[in-house]
Design a protein around this ligand. Structure first.
Ligand code: ATP
Ligand code: F6P
Ligand code: MG
Length: 786
């Protein structure tokens, strides 16, 4: 979705057609949430309402899911712009949800159909899990038949039947389980993982103190996604999931694993059990059973913690708020663009893109997983869950198999492998340690030697280099900052001879730099100096890791997700601080260098009224317009305003200037307070996404590095390579990880501001504006058109 050329009151739908504001005047849309609630449902509801109003529809809530649809009456409520104010940060669903037996049966569906027809509603946005969407699919399949019966019973007229002959349905997958085939992530899963990870971190602390073994049950009646990802990102000793039951002798394996870990000096063990875990025969594996095995096999002091509904509660993560917002807006456009011959669709996430996938296809695939599990075809069940599931499973198995007992530090690891350097360049960020941990362990497994270079190039020049060990990186995945130390200012360029000498001294066969824009610059400088220094003719790679999200060649950097969450949470708290006080506007300054990603995405997640960034030039006109807009909102009952400003947005229109402007112009209407967030954005506990991304990227680099070193091994055993394909950056582009020569990325950069020329997220800004917009007469100009 984007604005069209110089006509900002038009948006373009996904298919390229123009949709004018009010182009669907008086169409009726209803939105409802169904099944288990999930964090982010409110963001989706808000987006459906506001995008629906933008295109001119009448929007209705159906309260309490299918139950409300069957019951009718007060459960149908017309929505307004204000009715979804102040809900984006709330967990659960403000319009209520239910599991409804009545709707499963024909009489229930008849009642629901009649209630819709009587209100002229034939456009539905269903937000729910696999069950809710399956129900929607059945409802639509039976629609013509239901209408026939309603007519026969005299419940509707012939005219009503003709007018409502077609039911349009678009589904949004809202469920913490991530069990619906066809989307990478369901709305709520990321937040549930946040909750689980907070608990894992907390449990680990008490487990450490008492040297205990903890068995944690996480949700997922039929799906092991939550357990799997939680296990991977908390370095759990064992994970039980339904799709991939453990070997029949799991009792012994589990016992041995725990005993070996203790022999290595580990003070604690964590075992994660999915609620729906089963064995090879399909029998449930409960926490009690696992506890008995642990106690019998090891005699360990063992405790069970069942997380339960805690996982579905609490504030949604930044990711879920943005996901819900994007999906909700896209659902409205999909409904409006649908023709009677179109199949109903589900709005799903493929990489960074919102895409429309046929509902029926997703339902059938989701049902196929159930069938595969019933037939004990585990490989098929895992494959049907999708690429991301398989990837996590593979990663988990590799990390686990990397752990003792197979490999111990004193087991005589061959020292004739490659010497692989790893360091950080740039500012620290969350997820860096996870990447180092995964890299180190897998190198050791391949019998390579990892040279950990402390404090970037400064450390290298000072000889601060050590061989890294297995146990050294235990527990690193969940830790923020950069244990290896990092340095932003010392680049190799001015010190090439000394850097070359250090490469020689440490006999480096490859180099991985995990860091920000400066990490990219460093590898580029080394690559460009290959002609003078043969020491730099080794495979080199960058993993982009910075909260700025300004590294070329990658849509996302490690560390960004944690920063977005930090900012989003702080904004929630800042806004809440003004509860009960008079109308107030907060001006919040975020980090990001020249990149406006954080201000934009955290602004979208926090429901900000405006966000000022360098990429979208603004001047007095825009500022005046926004101040007036804020005043209008306040006059109409909105109590608090939130303005985000990226630190480098404009050197003249500083944070202080903007605060003063709002203050002066808002006199008598609202007061203004300023917050400069600073380094708290870099800190905190790494989000699950960043832990996972760091681990995943390191895994990919290992494979690439090993192949590059092997291919370029000389007869004397040294490594020598010159091609541009051997100095690369690993980036996430749309939904693919790609190794791109650093040299090729040079032309994709605005070197004056250290920014990629093409930034995918800028296309989200018009949506952000629509969702924050209030008055009909306020027309936003879109960035893309400037
Ligand atoms: N086959 C079906 N036919 C009609 N309605 C269904 C069907 N399956 C589910 N529904 C309706 O959807 C509701 C929610 O389904 P379910 O309890 O499976 O939750 P869900 O949407 O899968 O969410 P989650 O699993 O995340 O809690 C059911 O209570 C029922 O009203
Ligand atoms: O709230 P209820 O009905 O107990 O639902 C619990 C179930 O909901 C889910 O969390 C999905 O929302 C399942 O994983 C879990 O088994
Ligand atoms: Mg379900």
């Amino acid at each position: 979705m984007a604005f069209v050329g110089d006509r900002p009151d038009f948006v373009v739908g996904r298919e390229g057609e123009e949709i004018k504001r009010d182009s669907y005047k008086d169409q009726g849309i209803a939105v409802f949430t169904s099944g288990g609630d999930s964090q982010g449902m409110n963001a989706a509801v808000r987006a459906v309402v506001r995008m629906g109003l933008y295109v001119g529809c009448r929007v209705y809530f159906i309260k309490e899911g299918y139950q409300g649809m069957c019951d009718g009456g007060d459960n149908f409520v017309e929505a307004s712009w204000v009715s979804v104010s102040g809900i984006i940060h709330k967990g659960g669903t403000v319009i209520g949800s239910a599991r409804c037996m009545e709707f499963r049966e024909r009489p229930g569906k008849l009642k629901a159909a009649k209630n819709l027809i009587k209100r002229g509603i034939t456009n539905l946005v269903v937000i729910g899990g696999d069950g809710s969407l399956t129900g929607a699919h059945m409802f639509r399949t039976m629609w013509a038949d239901l209408l026939e019966e309603l007519l026969k019973n005299g419940d509707i007229s012939e005219a009503e039947k003709t007018k409502h002959s077609h039911l349009n349905i678009v589904g949004l997958v809202g469920s913490i389980d991530n069990d619906f085939c066809g989307t990478d992530m369901t709305i709520g899963t990321d937040s549930a993982l946040h909750r689980i990870m907070e608990c894992c971190d907390a449990i680990s602390a008490t487990a450490y103190s008492h040297q205990r073994c903890f068995i944690m049950e996480v949700m997922g009646r039929h799906c092991g996604y939550l357990a799997l990802v939680a296990g991977l990102t908390s370095e759990a000793d064992y994970v039980f999931i339904p799709e991939n039951p453990p070997p029949t002798n799991w009792h012994e394996i589990l016992g041995d694993r725990i005993k070996s870990a203790r022999a290595m000096g580990h003070r604690l063990n964590v075992i994660i059990v999915a609620e729906g875990a089963i064995d090879q025969d399909g029998n449930a594996i409960s926490c009690e059973m696992v506890k008995k095995v642990v106690v019998d096999e090891t005699g360990m002091d063992t405790r069970i913690t069942i997380l339960g509904h805690v996982q579905r509660g609490g504030a949604p993560s930044g990711f879920d708020r943005v996901l819900g917002s994007r999906m909700g807006a896209e659902a409205v456009l999909a409904l409006m663009e649908a023709t009677p011959s179109d199949e109903p669709c589900v709005i799903s996430l493929a990489g960074n893109q919102a895409v429309r996938v046929p509902l029926m296809q997703c339902v059938l695939r989701t049902q196929a997983v159930t069938k595969a599990m019933a037939e004990k075809n585990w490989a098929e069940a895992c494959a049907l869950r999708g690429k991301s599931f398989l990837h996590n499973l593979d990663n988990y198995n590799k990390l686990i198999s990397l752990k003792p007992p197979q490999i111990t530090e004193d087991a005589g690891i061959a020292r004739d492998g490659f010497n692989m350097g790893v360091m950080h360049v740039g500012s620290p960020c969350c997820g860096m340690n996870a990447a180092v941990m995964a890299y180190v362990r897998q190198c050791i497994c391949r019998h390579d030697v990892v040279k950990g270079i402390h404090d970037g190039f400064e450390g290298l020049l000072e000889g601060n280099v050590e061989e890294m060990t297995w146990s050294q990186v235990t527990g690193w995945v969940g830790q923020g900052g950069a244990f290896l130390g990092t340095n932003r200012t010392c680049l190799p360029g001015p010190n090439l001879p000394k850097v070359a000498e250090a490469f020689r001294t440490h006999k480096l066969d490859s180099l991985l730099i995990i860091g920000g824009f400066e990490a990219y610059q460093a590898i580029l400088q080394l690559y460009e100096a290959r002609g003078q220094y043969k020491e730099f003719c080794i495979p080199m790679c960058v993993i982009p890791a910075t909260i700025n999200n300004d590294v070329p060649g990658s849509d996302l950097c490690v560390g960004v997700d944690t920063a977005v969450n930090e900012i989003t949470e702080i904004c929630d708290r800042i806004r809440q601080s003004a509860q009960g006080s008079k109308r107030r506007v907060f001006v919040v300054e975020t980090m990001g260098g020249y990149c406006g990603y954080l201000a934009t995405i955290a602004g979208m997640a926090g429901g900000a009224d405006a966000s000022y960034i360098f990429e979208e030039p603004f001047g007095v006109e825009e500022l005046q317009r926004d101040v007036r807009h804020m005043a209008t909102k306040m006059n109409e009952g909105v109590q608090r305003g939130l303005i985000l400003r990226n630190g480098y947005a404009n050197s003249n229109y500083s944070t202080e200037f903007i605060s003063k402007l709002y203050s002066e112009e808002g006199k008598g209407i609202f007061t203004v307070r300023t917050n400069v967030l600073g380094h708290m954005q870099q800190g905190g506990s790494p989000s699950v996404f960043d832990r996972n991304m760091g681990t995943k990227m390191a895994q990919k680099v290992i494979n690439w590095m090993s192949e590059a070193m092997r291919k370029n091994r000389q007869t004397d055993g040294s490594v020598h390579c010159e091609s541009r394909q051997t100095a690369v950056l690993l980036g996430l582009r749309t939904s693919k990880y790609m190794f791109q020569p650093v040299d090729e990325l040079k032309s994709a950069i605005d070197w004056n501001h250290h920014l990629p020329k093409d930034q995918w997220w800028l296309k989200l800004r018009p949506l952000k504006a629509i969702l924050a917009e209030h008055k009909e007469d306020v027309i936003y100009t879109a960035l893309n058109n400037k």
